[in-house]
Design a protein around this ligand. Structure first.
Ligand code: 5RP
Length: 232
């Protein structure tokens, strides 16, 4: 009931769906939470809805590990304890949005430039639940420009390597990641083999991380559509 009321207050239809995906994730994790649980939290507008919902059950778990300074700030503002990943004995579950999702639960992430920490926390977690609205589901990854985090001095070198791999990299000028690095967005890059492409990009010297989550795909994807929540 309260959920419906909050959803109806969100004017933008896509935001309504993002909120519904966030609520679905909360319903999914709440029965499993214990006072020792550590919840991994991603970054972005869909995750922001999740953080706001998570605040309602903050008494049911121990602490959160965040994938960005922005999410850490939002969590703390809700009175949720945020700990460093190094201090977390385990991360029970990681909840995050995505820019694109295919039916194999492989993702493109990094629209918010938080891909490296997102991949680290996702990889540390026992379970990765991805929450998206229906516009994010695709047959082939790559319509959304693929973010690649690079060491600043290697920007041009990595860009040439990405051209060799078939893409058109564009520097996201002015954006500095939480790790002090830069982002190249690779356009015109339909990814036929996400596993191979993730590895090939990682092999370019100067690449910190790329936004393909194929080796560490999501375990569960919750898609909020106009007809309800789809899970795959
Ligand atoms: C941030 C991300 C986000 O999860 C992705 O960009 C989706 O964002 P939103 O929920 O705002 O659509 O990968 O780096």
């Amino acid at each position: 009931m309260i959920v419906n009321r909050i959803s109806s207050l969100i004017a933008n239809p896509q935001d309504t769906l993002k909120h519904q995906a966030a609520v679905a994730a909360l319903e999914c994790i709440t029965p499993k939470l214990t006072t020792k649980s550590i919840v991994g939290v991603g970054t972005g507008s869909t995750t922001n809805f999740f953080i706001d919902e998570l605040a309602n059950v903050r008494h049911l778990f121990d602490a959160a590990v965040s994938s960005s300074e922005a999410s850490a700030e939002r969590l703390k503002n809700h009175g949720i304890t945020v700990i460093n990943l190094n201090a977390a004995p385990a991360v029970d579950v990681y909840v995050d949005g995505a820019d694109e999702v295919n039916r194999q639960r492989q993702l493109i992430k990094g629209g918010g430039a938080a891909l490296t920490r997102e991949k680290i926390v996702a990889s540390a977690a026992d379970e990765f639940i991805c929450i998206v609205d229906e516009s994010k589901v695709v047959d082939t990854l790559g319509r959304y420009p693929l973010p690649v985090e690079v060491i600043p001095m290697a920007r041009s070198l990595v860009a040439r390597g990405l051209v060799q791999l078939g893409g058109t990299p564009i520097w996201r000028e002015g954006v500095v990641t939480d790790n002090g690095n830069w982002i190249l967005d690779v356009h015109e890059f339909m990814v036929a083999d996400p596993l191979a492409m993730e590895s090939s990009i990682n092999n370019l010297a100067g690449v910190v991380c790329n936004g393909l989550f194929a080796h560490d795909a999501a375990d569960v994807v919750l898609v909020a559509a106009r007809g309800g929540i789809e899970t795959f």
